[in-house]
Write a protein that binds this ligand. Structure first.
Ligand code: ZN
Length: 137
């Protein structure tokens, strides 16, 4: 069963609330051979500042894949810091996340947000360590 990770931020947008805290665990979809066996830990602080939704927070995940150099399986922690402003009024045209549905009306999709943040932090290729010597013959 997929659980919804959408958060209603209408209270922020109408000024009824100053601050919203979100703590969630969301699944991250596989990406170019890199899988995410455990849910990402998401912590967000959201405020409405000058009509913009200001989101700061962190996303922590574990990426699992194959080291590009030595082809061993690796687990790599992924830590992302988030500091974004979304304009709830203009919709996706000014969306820093581009083609996304992160914010639809007054609903923020935390899972979609986390997915994009994690992928933007991923290195081009996984390495088991920075000085991996590659395949040894
Ligand atoms: Zn390696």
């Amino acid at each position: 069963m997929a659980r919804s990770h959408k958060v209603d931020i209408s209270g922020l947008l109408t000024g009824g609330r100053q601050l919203m805290l979100v703590e969630d665990e969301v699944p991250i979809e596989e990406f170019e051979g890199i899988s995410f066996p455990t849910p990402a830990q998401v912590q967000l602080e959201m405020r409405c500042v000058d009509r913009l939704l200001h989101i700061v927070g962190t996303v922590d995940a574990r990426a699992h894949g194959i080291c590009d150099a030595c082809l061993e399986e690796v687990d790599v922690p992924v830590h992302a810091e988030l500091d974004e402003r979304l304009d709830p009024n203009t919709g996706r045209d000014n969306d820093p996340f581009g083609e996304s549905n992160v914010l639809t009306g007054s609903r923020l999709d935390v899972a979609d947000l986390a997915q994009q943040v994690v992928l933007s932090e991923m290195p081009m290729g996984l390495r088991c360590s920075e000085d991996c010597a590659g395949i040894q013959y």
